[in-house]
Structures are given as C-alpha cells and as structure tokens.
Ligand binder design. Structure first.
Ligand SMILES: Cc1cc2nc3c(=O)[nH]c(=O)nc-3n(C[C@H](O)[C@H](O)[C@H](O)COP(=O)(O)OP(=O)(O)OC[C@H]3O[C@@H](n4cnc5c(N)ncnc54)[C@H](O)[C@@H]3O)c2cc1C
Length: 301
C-alpha cells in the first residue's frame, strides 16, 4: 500500500488487489482446513425459526453451472456483506420490511487518458460537485472528477494526464434507463471543457455504467433505518445473523475494511449473541462542538 498527501486529504493506493492483501496476512484462504472460499457462487440464507434451531442454513450455488444443485451447510453465525443489501430484504423479517433500505444508485464512470502531462490547471485529488450546484451549472448531472494521475502516481510507463469523471448517482434515480456509454463520454468531455478548459482529444477512454453500484444514505438513515434493523435482527436472530459493509457502515473502502475487522472481532467475542454489527447505531449519536478559534491553523484554512 502507498500513501499520498494533499492539502488536508490523504489517499491510500493498493499496489495489489484486496485479495492479495488478504493472502499476505493469512496465506491462501483455500488451503486452510477450517475455511472454504467459493467464488462465482450465489448464496441464499434460509431463515431458521429461532425456537427450533440455533443455526442458519446457507445454500451456495455455482453460477458457472446451469443445473448445479445448491450445497447446504449449517452455521452458528452468518455475516451478510452483500453490497447491495440483497438477501436482507429477501429475509422473512416482517419488521425489517417496514423500513426503506436505500436503493443503490447507478454511476457512469468515465476514464480518460491524455498524452499531455500538464493539462490540469490545479493539482490535487479532484473535486466533488455538491447537490446545491444548480442544474444550469451541472447539466451533465456529474458527481465529481478524480485527477488520477495526481492522486495515484508512479503507476504508468508513459507520461500523461488521467482523469475519472463520475456521472449520475441519485440524479439518475428517476431515469427509466441510464444514458449510453457514448452519451456518458460526451457529457464527461463537455464538463471537462467547461470546468478545466480541457479541449484535447483523449488518447484512450473507458466508460462503464455501473448499475446499482453504491448505496446513497438518506438523511436520518442511522436513526430511522439502521437502529430499527438492529432491533429486528436482534429480536429474530439473537446475534446469529450479522451485517457489515457499504450498505451499513460507510461506503469508503476504509469504512468497509474497518467494519469487517470490527465484525470479525465481535463475532468471535463472548457477547456475540447481543451483536448485529449495527449496535452502535442504536445509541444516540454524540456530537462534539469545536471552536474555530481553537482549531489548528491548517484545519481552519
Ligand atoms: C464507481 C465507484 C467509485 C468508488 N470510488 C471509491 C474510492 O475512490 N475510494 C473509496 O474508498 N471507495 C470508493 N468506492 C466505494 C467502495 O468501492 C465500495 O463502497 C466498497 O468497495 C463496498 O465494499 P463492500 O464489501 O461493502 O461491497 P462489495 O465490494 O460490493 O462486495 C459485495 C460482494 O457480495 C457479492 N454478492 C452479492 N450478492 C450475493 C449473493 N447472493 N451471493 C454471493 N455473493 C453475493 C457481490 O458479488 C460482491 O462481490 C467507489 C464505488 C464506486 C461504485
């Protein structure tokens, strides 16, 4: 992992994949006798009534094989980490169905590479476009721009400027279908021209419309959704079903890794029957008030 610093922002860059990091710490997950890792496999949890059985049945089915039958296994605890929140809404949890879990939004991700290494008028990680910006100033419905060649340096064998424009998200919620990849590229280029005065032709581009890829929390999510889900999970499962990941604990990779470490500790701890992964949301949120005059100079600015 490599660290980068900008004014009041820190970036972490993985030189390998997240799975490689797992291998460095724990060796190959496939080799250990008490673990089994199945990829390209769809999982279904069968709800077991709390009074009749103390375990969950988990079925796994190989997506590569059309007529593969599901393998079943019993587990004391299940930790649900499906990013989309799928499974949670399928579970027979009447109290959970009352709460709106926010839908994951669709994002248009446009990567552009320019041969000119000095295209950007400023240096930094990039910028996000707040919702308060009026439509006339954001007709592309963009979310923000990442300056990849600034944020992640030393990866490339040729000089140049790399940018990522992110489009859509909640802005596209009312669309019957997201814009095409060609439209996304046109919108990204129009935005870069207006914001950063970039008129060069990109040497290479890549556009992916990532469908339902990231949850967007509404105001009050913690109190109105997560706290009630915690209570419902606790009542129905007494700690046997826990949840973790971007749907609940923050969408950043840092948030997800931290939440995974916390839930692993909780699940192996003595009080696992009282925990769902969401217990901290059941408490009132504490706020600290900071006096600007007491803040360090560089934070104030
Ligand atoms: C375009 C984009 C840009 C982003 N940029 C950044 C960034 O710069 N920095 C940052 O920190 N974060 C970024 N994020 C956010 C971050 O990548 C995600 O929030 C985070 O990776 C989510 O991790 P997760 O483990 O919760 O979910 P995921 O990584 O989505 O993992 C969930 C897994 O569950 C699997 N799954 C789902 N259903 C089933 C099932 N029934 N059976 C079996 N498996 C199932 C899925 O296939 C998936 O592999 C970005 C996200 C997007 C979409």
């Amino acid at each position: 992992m490599r660290y980068g610093h900008f004014h009041s922002i820190e970036t972490r860059e993985f030189l390998a994949s997240l799975l490689d990091i797992y291998h460095i710490f724990f060796g190959s997950p496939r080799e250990a006798p008490n673990r089994s890792v199945q990829s390209n496999t769809v999982t279904q949890i069968h709800v077991t009534p709390k009074d009749t059985n103390n375990s969950q049945v988990v079925n796994t089915k190989d997506l590569d094989k059309d007529n593969s039958t599901a393998d079943s296994a019993l587990y004391d605890q299940v930790i649900l980490t499906t990013g989309s929140g799928a499974l949670l809404s399928d579970l027979a949890l009447p109290r959970i169905h009352q709460f709106t879990v926010p839908p994951s939004v669709t994002v248009g991700v446009v990567n552009l590479y320019y041969s000119n290494p000095n295209l950007l008028p400023v240096s930094g990680f990039g910028y996000l476009i707040p919702q308060s910006i009026p439509f006339e100033q954001n007709p592309e419905l963009a979310l923000g721009v990442v300056f990849d060649s600034d944020a992640v340096q030393g990866q490339d064998s040729v000089p140049g400027t790399k940018l990522t424009v992110m489009l859509g998200g909640h802005w596209w919620n009312s669309f019957s279908s997201p814009p095409s990849e060609e439209q996304c590229l046109d919108m990204a280029r129009s935005l870069l021209k207006r914001h950063l005065r970039i008129q060069d032709e990109p040497v290479a581009t890549n556009v992916v419309v990532q469908k339902h890829c990231i949850p967007q929390y509404p105001v009050g999510y913690r109190k109105n959704v997560l706290a009630p889900i915690h209570e419902a999970l606790l009542k129905e499962y007494q700690g046997r079903l826990k949840v973790c990941g971007s749907r609940f604990h923050g969408v950043g990779v840092n948030d997800c890794i931290r939440a995974a470490a916390d839930i692993a500790e909780t699940a192996s701890g003595p009080e696992w029957r009282e925990k769902t992964g969401l217990e901290r949301f059941a408490k009132a949120q504490e706020w600290a008030t900071l006096q600007p005059s007491k803040m360090p100079e560089d934070v104030r600015n």
